[in-house]
Design a protein around this ligand. Structure first.
Ligand code: GLY
Length: 404
């Protein structure tokens, strides 16, 4: 994407006419303007937050109900890569050198993950969102080395008998568990195999996606959160939930990890069955969306006036559907996913979901772990990350560019 200076970016949207029709789909020009508008206001907020966050070993994760400021976590937390990723996206849009500096400073501590024994599958989230975006935008060769090391570290969790990565080795309730979220971390392995790493990394990613498709995606294309396997024989034992409402329910964010993860697996492997899985998971998500267009935290949770939404799932779904838009040829299907993603982003860009001056985050109303009553109906960093990613993807699509 052509970079413009931050000041130029602001000037570019100063002339934008506010669009009164908040519900209908916008014309191409109006849409472009609206995307720029929300990106500019997001970047202004991110820059301000960055000026207030000076400890580069603490990474924003969530904003508690009684606070206006990010609650931060250490580098080993699964969310550590999202804030540097947010900064890289803000830099990509604005070209602002101060933001780039912040992105570099918050990315640097994450190298520890690449060179430490693997704790869990989240290495992909931690390293690809930070170093991955940094490398995509700067081509820094040091970033490449760290990403290659991280891919090798992630691959140590692969069990060839099961054919999948052991997602949460610390969860001793299961001999070998693989979770739907793990689909998102295959991109690091695919990337490494194309960028000087061993080819077996791609084979691991493909096998992992096949096992997930066979056992964790259900015949109706909803997904279990977790699959439990016998580590010695590879046999599938059962599907369970962890963050969802019930073992047989459709946990909203899990469904969207699947939509996006299988789209990437198809893009990188060319295996049509991954594309079909992503599309059918997307169709299931769209078919079950509530009338106001944003999912509750679980599609099977009883709905009352108190039931929380999950804006993060909407943002991830938008990313996945825009990826699908780019991957498929059929015009009707392409348009269906682009329009669905646009609609999700339009609703997220409304006063109900944008945090405005309420706190440091961009989006309100995400739900992390409802069964444990943790991070319920609060801003969470990965919602902001995937929201920005989806906006940038849509901007490129509207400009006729290839999304990268
Ligand atoms: N990967 C954990 C989550 O989606 O909450």
């Amino acid at each position: 994407m052509r970079k413009m200076s931050f000041v130029k970016g602001i000037i570019a949207v100063l002339g934008i006419v506010l669009i009164a029709n908040g519900c209908g789909l916008f014309s191409k020009q109006e849409k472009q303007s609206e995307i720029d508008q929300v990106l500019v206001s997001s970047v202004v907020k991110i820059k301000k937050s960055a000026s207030e966050l000076k400890d580069y070993n603490h990474f924003p994760r969530r904003i508690f109900k009684d606070s206006t400021h990010w609650n931060c976590v250490m580098v080993k937390d699964w969310c550590s890569g999202f804030w540097p990723g947010v900064l890289w996206y803000a830099y990509e849009f604005s070209g602002d050198e101060d933001i780039k500096k912040q992105a570099e400073l918050f990315t640097a501590p994450i190298q520890e993950i690449a060179y430490s024994p693997a704790n869990d599958h989240d290495i992909g989230f931690q390293v690809y969102c930070s170093y991955g975006n940094g490398y995509r935008l700067t081509g820094n060769p040091e970033y490449k080395e760290i990403m290659l090391a991280a891919a090798d570290t992630l691959a140590t969790l692969y069990n060839p008998i099961v054919g999948s990565i052991h997602s949460w080795p610390s969860n001793k309730n299961y001999p070998h568990n693989t979770i739907i979220d793990n689909m998102m971390n295959l991109e690091l392995l695919f990337w490494a195999a194309k960028n000087g790493g061993e080819q077996r990394l791609k084979e691991i990613a493909i096998s992992h996606a096949e096992v997930t498709m066979k056992h964790i995606v259900r015949p109706d294309y909803s997904a279990f959160h977790l699959g439990s396997f016998d580590a010695e024989t590879g046999a599938f034992i059962e599907g369970k939930t962890h963050q969802g409402y019930a073992d047989n329910s459709m946990w909203a964010r899990g469904q969207t990890w699947g939509i996006y993860g299988f789209a990437i697996a198809y893009r990188e492997s060319g295996k049509k069955e991954f594309l079909t899985t992503s599309m059918k998971m997307a169709d299931k998500f769209l078919e079950r969306l509530p009338e106001d267009g944003i999912p509750y935290w679980d599609f099977d949770a009883p709905v009352t006036s108190e039931t929380p939404k999950d804006a993060s799932a909407a943002a991830v779904a938008a990313c996945g559907m825009l990826e699908l838009y780019q991957l498929i040829d059929d015009e009707a299907a392409k348009n269906k996913y682009r329009e669905a993603a646009t609609s999700l982003l339009q609703i997220l860009s409304s006063p109900k979901y944008l945090s405005g001056d309420k706190n440091q985050a961009i989006l309100l109303h995400s739900t992390g772990h409802k069964p444990k009553n943790k991070e319920v109906d609060v801003p969470i960093i990965y919602a902001d990350y995937y929201y920005l990613e989806a906006l940038l993807k849509l901007k490129k699509i509207e400009a006729g560019q290839v999304i990268d």
